[in-house]
Design a protein around this ligand. Structure first.
Ligand SMILES: [Ca+2]
Ligand SMILES: [Ca+2]
Length: 625
């Protein structure tokens, strides 16, 4: 019987499903090949392809999902003896639903299942936005168009760049958040209140149509905390009282709006009354009408795209013991994702989450459950490779490593114009299992971060995760951090997983542009008790230009800011220039880091800086911005 079966399979080759390519040449296959035959399979997908085709170069499929489902159904990813490659032709892949991979889609035997842009880095474009057409003049240089949407969107892209939600006061330029209004203490007993913001007479005009009391109200974006400029919240307004000069918000902000007598910087947005500057837009969601004011006075030749989803790729195993392993995304462009209805960083207080944790305070240090995602989100993975990606114009974080992820590589990638963090590692709760470590982020260029969440934005943010490497990386232009490595100060060393991180050959420029008590390189709550013997290493680091907007009321930016528990780091060959405050600021508990050849100490030897190797390497596949 076995011989006969073998003959039948052999006879069928080339007849029934001639879509498979083995060892580089089409074999065709009748019945699906067995897993043992699936060694060097490759498939082709093209935006012009057809999912009822056979998946060859000549007759490609149309969707990544069909490639995934075919591989999954035929178990072609089992027993690999070399990488299984899905070649994606150049062009635009319109994504209307998040593309998901799970533990059924893993590579095997150390080989990867690779989804790659076959025509070169960036050429296979995963587009999360849809075109808006049918523009007609409205008034005052503003145009309007119908938008047939079943849910609102919270950011907009015009000619590939982010537009500004109609606001007051108008922003100074496309890459500054200022100027702002400043909140006041409307009632001496309300200093700590987080959902009532006081305003000066004249700052909010009673004639504005703020749509308060409806499902689509105006919002405030605010650096809550008064003189603390650490986090920004974007929260809809519930009502407004011009006599008492205060507005009530639908949700509490992270902090109160007054601190030590100082007010919080904020602006009002999301009203047609505030649309007066070229580059601003307003979505009248109830009327399904979009308004936009073009700089050139015409919509001719202007392309407007509205985001349709927040996450383009989700790579998620079922649990930390059933991980998605050895899957690669190579050379893809991912762009134009959405933001969210409202944003605040973390729970307001201990116990607010409703979950019991060993260190309940950590719930104030981790993003709210609804905000734990990126344009690409990984959870429960091992050995995933994200290489040569171009992620641009996102509503929120570009790449989120949520909880259990090990040996992830993000390399050779260009991340630009990002709503929040570039790369965020969220290691989970201290003392409850070290699930996230050993990830490598190398040869990446990350610029213009925190465009919609300037507070707490970072190029690379490591939360409660250790033994990661950040190297050959540039982070440029952001309101707060370049690299931030954090846990919390009350966590004892044995329950804190933020040890052994390595940073080398990195340049951090034009950061801390709108926040305070910060620095482009930042650490917090990493090593909270002696011994402070370094196990984290920072070398060949350049920091240049950490200067905040003049409206920023907090303490001025440092270069390296080692906050509470910013201990156990060995700094060597570090050069810091042009910072508003000190180049290095250590923990108040006293010295707990070591220095060798750093520019803030006497005897700094500039010739030891490896300028030609700092930042991305010549192999970086994209043109440098
Ligand atoms: Ca405006
Ligand atoms: Ca962040």
């Amino acid at each position: 019987m076995s011989t006969r079966s073998g003959l039948i399979v052999g006879a069928a080759v080339g007849l029934l499903v001639p879509g498979l390519v083995l060892g580089g040449s089409a074999i065709g296959a009748g019945a699906a090949p067995t897993a043992e035959q699936a060694g060097c399979l490759s498939f082709w997908v093209s935006p012009n392809g057809d999912d009822s085709a056979i998946g060859t170069e000549a007759r490609p499929w149309q969707t990544v999902e069909h490639a995934r489902d075919t591989i999954r159904a035929r178990s072609l990813n089992q027993h690999l003896s070399c990488d299984l490659v899905v070649n994606l032709r150049a062009g635009t892949y319109q994504v209307e639903k998040t593309i998901t991979f799970d533990d059924r889609d893993s590579g095997s035997n150390g080989h990867q299942v690779v989804y790659r842009s076959a025509d070169g880095p960036g050429k296979a474009v995963f587009e999360a936005a849809a075109d808006v057409t049918g523009w007609t003049p409205y008034k005052d240089g503003i145009f309007k168009a119908p938008v047939d949407v079943s849910q609102p969107f919270y950011t907009l892209y015009v000619d590939g760049k982010r537009a500004t939600t109609a606001r007051f006061p108008n922003r100074r330029s496309d890459d500054e958040w200022a100027p702002y209004l400043r909140s006041i203490l409307f009632d001496p007993t309300k200093e700590a209140v987080r959902d009532q913001l006081g305003f000066n007479t004249g700052d909010i005009d009673p004639s504005w149509d703020l749509r308060l009391g409806t499902s689509w109200p105006a919002q405030v974006t605010v650096w809550s905390g008064g003189s603390w400029s650490w986090f920004t919240d974007t929260i809809p307004m519930l009502d407004i009282n011009f006599t008492k000069r205060r507005t009530t918000l639908v949700s509490p902000a992270r902090y109160g709006f007054i601190n030590s007598g100082g007010g919080s910087r904020y602006f009002v947005q999301n009203s047609l009354s505030l649309l007066d500057q070229a580059g601003e837009y307003y979505l009248d969601y109830p009327a399904k009408t979009l308004y936009y004011k073009p700089a050139g006075g015409t919509m001719d030749g202007v392309r407007v795209q509205r985001p349709e989803l927040t996450q383009v790729f989700s790579l998620a195993g079922a649990s930390s013991s059933r991980r998605l392993e050895n899957l690669s995304l190579d050379g893809l462009t991912v762009q134009h994702t959405d933001f969210m209805e409202w944003y605040r960083y973390g729970w307001n207080g201990t116990g607010d989450s409703g979950f019991k944790h060993k260190y309940p305070k950590y719930d104030t240090q981790i993003e709210l459950p609804r905000n734990r995602w990126g344009a690409i989100t990984l959870t429960n993975t091992r050995g995933v490779r994200l290489t040569r990606l171009h992620i641009q114009q996102t509503g929120f974080t570009a790449i989120e490593l949520l909880f259990a992820n090990e040996r992830t590589t993000v390399s050779d990638s260009l991340l630009e114009h990002i709503g929040n963090d570039g790369i965020k590692v969220e290691g989970g709760w201290p003392g409850e299992g070290d699930l996230a470590h050993g990830n490598t982020f190398t040869n990446n260029y990350i610029h213009h971060i925190g465009e919609l969440v300037p507070g707490d934005s970072a190029g690379v943010e490591i939360m409660n995760s250790g033994r990661n490497e950040i190297s050959h990386t540039v982070v440029e232009h952001g309101a707060r951090y370049g690299i931030s490595i954090e846990s919390r100060p009350e966590i004892p060393n044995e329950d804190n997983y933020t040890s052994g991180n390595t940073v080398h050959h990195v340049r951090l420029s034009h950061l801390a542009k709108d926040s305070g008590d910060t620095g482009p390189f930042y650490a917090y709550g990493v090593r909270n008790q002696p011994p402070y013997t370094p196990d984290a290493a920072v070398s060949q680091l350049i920091i240049d230009d950490a200067n905040a907007d003049p409206s920023m009321p907090d303490s001025k930016p440092f270069g390296v800011h080692m906050d509470f528990g910013g201990c156990g780091f060995a700094f060597s060959d570090v050069k810091v220039t042009n910072t508003e405050s000190d180049p290095y600021h250590g923990p108040s508990a006293g010295p707990c880091d070591t220095f060798a050849n750093v520019s803030w100490e006497p005897g700094f030897d500039d010739s030891r800086m490896q300028y030609d190797r700092i930042g991305v390497l010549p192999s970086f596949p994209y043109e440098k911005p």
